[in-house]
Design a protein around this ligand. Sequence first.
Ligand code: ADP
Ligand code: MG
Length: 301
Amino acid sequence: ATPTAVMVGTGVGASNGILIKGADGLERAAKVNKVLFDKTGTLTQGKPKVLELRVFSSTYSQQQLAEIVAVAEKDSEHPLAHSFVKYADETTKSNDEPNKDKVISSQVIPGEGLRCVMESGISVHIGNEKLVGGAENIPHEARKFAGEHQSEAHTVVFVSINNAVEGVFAVSDPIKPEAAGVVAMLARMHIECAIVTGDNIETAKAIASECGIQNVYARMSPKDKAEKIAEMKNTNPDAVIAMVGDGINDAPALASADVGIAIGCGTEVAIEAADFVLMKSDLEDVAVSLDIARETFRKIK
Ligand code: ADP
Ligand code: MG
């Protein structure tokens, strides 16, 4: 393409609310034949809502557990954290004694959850199965509750205190209304879609089927997501891969994909790592971006 064509393409992008950072990314985008989507906040709305906190404890009431989690997650940036804080606010009754415990130290494990130690001496782990010590550390009843919700596309988050699982959150985060349409649109462009997510396989599969996506890679750490792309390119040298994501946990994958596409309302780190930014945060603009790229580079030989 001539520099003029690239300017035109970039202009068409801009008028559609798509920021195209450079000619190289645009050129690679013209050849994309595979799109990997992050799940949370990318395919889903990213505004999770707690459906239930089921308590499997003789030590803590539901109220107490909800408040411990709210204190622990108060400063966390993860969208799930906000849903836990909101849940505690909504379920706290005005005559309840507020939880005055404080976080002494806290550590975020990306793609897994949060660990912290409280002033009262308890250690609190909030996150996926792996974070609370694997399936063998989860009581049967809690596993059953989790499984039921996961097959409904709900995200499940375990709460353990001093290494004993005391409760489980079931959280719903519905897909964006345009998600399935975009996957169909990409299929017509002969582009194959997949999900790469830090969430559990059952939840990811249920979300994938709602979107019409067949390929699912779950329980991926930020590093795993990037390595998955390298592995795909190794097994199929013809694969030209775009990654679509919104979070800190997507940044390495956005940078290592042939084309990184960030959701505009996503985190700064993701936006910086990407070649394209969808300012309207509308997933249809994934197809629009790739279409603009194809148009721009169509006539060159
Ligand atoms: P995705 O790849 O779909 O965007 P993440 O990598 O952000 O998902 O999160 C993966 C999983 O890690 C979540 O489903 C949740 O179980 C757990 N998790 C991550 N951050 C937190 C947190 N702050 N509190 C509780 N759980 C968390
Ligand atoms: Mg995300």
